[in-house]
Design a protein around this ligand. Structure first.
Ligand SMILES: [Zn+2]
Length: 286
């Protein structure tokens, strides 16, 4: 049985990129925190199913809610970084990105994480114009990244879905894990997280994951605690962003519960322990 990767981006309901003028980072400290509502439900569901996951924790959330990281760690999950300030990588210089990354790793370690060697960028923001970030991660000794999204609107449409290897200039290499997609009408359709996980029928998602697993390929699933919150505050957003964030938001928890009962899941670090990076194709493109 193939083990799939379950990943969680640990952030508040208000950590939305480009949400100005409705909400801006200066407003964050005065907004109510609801992080532990979704997180506690998720941790309980995972423990009941005996599933473990990788939690990409945002530095800003760790700072505001210092009990989040210890509760994730004590349940046996992996802690990785989602950066500190939730700014898209392509809006930062390499120096800013490095500093934001170091700050996030610093707080996660202060709160008990021993080894932080995985990264996911806010809004899947490692793409063609910010691919330099993979080199920075490799140079800092990161083992893997999961920030490349193979679709046109927010990511890098030509990216290879699944696992691939990146070699950095100094000889270090990094594993990249891009979410799976189905090729439909010439476009890549994601199905294993966010809006797509909420909208697509469970049967379809389960069939597509099973088809990958039948070929020996693990799938990568992703969720956010605010998707599992029974009543997350709705930020006023433009029509497209509002749809992406809130369409069928109540469906996320039930879908996830079914997935963790029907499939086997583990943190990314545990899956990589059983894998030889030298056997992977070199990315990013097919
Ligand atoms: Zn995020």
């Amino acid at each position: 049985m193939v083990t799939n990767a379950l990943t969680v981006d640990v952030e508040e309901w208000y950590h939305i990129c480009d949400a100005e003028p409705f909400i801006s980072p200066a407003d964050w400290p005065s907004l109510p925190s609801r992080l532990m509502i979704g997180l506690d439900l998720l941790l309980a569901d995972l423990s009941k199913a005996g599933a473990r996951a990788t939690f990409f924790v945002l530095g800003d959330s760790a700072a505001r809610t210092p009990r989040a990281v210890p509760s994730i760690l004590s349940a046996g999950h992996e802690i990785a970084s989602h950066g500190y300030s939730h700014k898209q990588v392509y809006k930062m210089s390499p120096e800013e990105f490095g500093a934001d990354l170091d700050r996030s790793v610093g707080i996660l370690k202060e709160q008990g994480a021993k080894d932080v060697r995985g990264f996911r960028a806010p809004e899947w923001s490692i793409r063609a114009d910010s691919i330099w970030a993979l080199d920075i991660l490799a140079r800092r000794g990161f083992r893997y990244d999961s920030s490349v999204y193979p679709i046109r609107i927010i990511g890098m449409p030509a990216a290879r879905p699944g696992l691939w290897r990146v070699s950095s200039a100094n000889g270090r290499s990094l594993v990249e894990w891009t979410p799976p997609v189905r090729r439909i009408l010439g476009e890549n359709l994601p199905f294993s997280g966010g809006l797509h996980l909420r909208l697509l029928p469970y049967k379809v998602i389960a069939r597509w994951i099973r088809e990958l697993n039948d070929q020996g390929v693990p799938a990568l699933v992703y969720v956010h605690p605010w998707e599992l919150d029974p009543d997350p505050p709705r930020v006023k957003l433009g029509a497209v962003k509002r749809f992406v964030h809130y369409a069928r938001i109540g469906a996320a928890r039930e879908k996830l519960k079914r997935l963790i009962s029907d499939f086997r899941f583990a943190p990314i670090a545990a899956i990589l322990d059983d894998l030889d990076p030298a056997a992977l194709d070199e990315g990013p493109e097919r």
